[in-house]
Design a protein around this ligand. Sequence first.
Ligand SMILES: [Zn+2]
Length: 108
Amino acid sequence: MIRHVKVMQAKARLCRVEKIGGAVDQYAVRSPTGKMYAVTEMVYRGSDFEAVCTCDWSQYHPDRMCSHKMAALEFKLGRRVSFWRTLGDAMRQHRKRLSTQDVWATVR
Ligand SMILES: [Zn+2]
């Protein structure tokens, strides 16, 4: 499957995010269509940011980023985050870099 990371990034920027209280990092993400999803950060795995999301796509692709996870990460950092398909693409940005499951992120 070809994934259009910049399309996902654009969708992520249309989401509205709120922090949900509690011991874990959990976010309520409202998509542009009005649907609500919960994004919960996982801390004991391999990437700088990994999360689970309640959206349909994530049920079948738990190890991949979705636009809701992207929105939650940008909210968490409070900075503009850009996502890239390859490490090379991310390195060319010369910005702080994070591994985020199957894509790379750079932070302004
Ligand atoms: Zn999702």
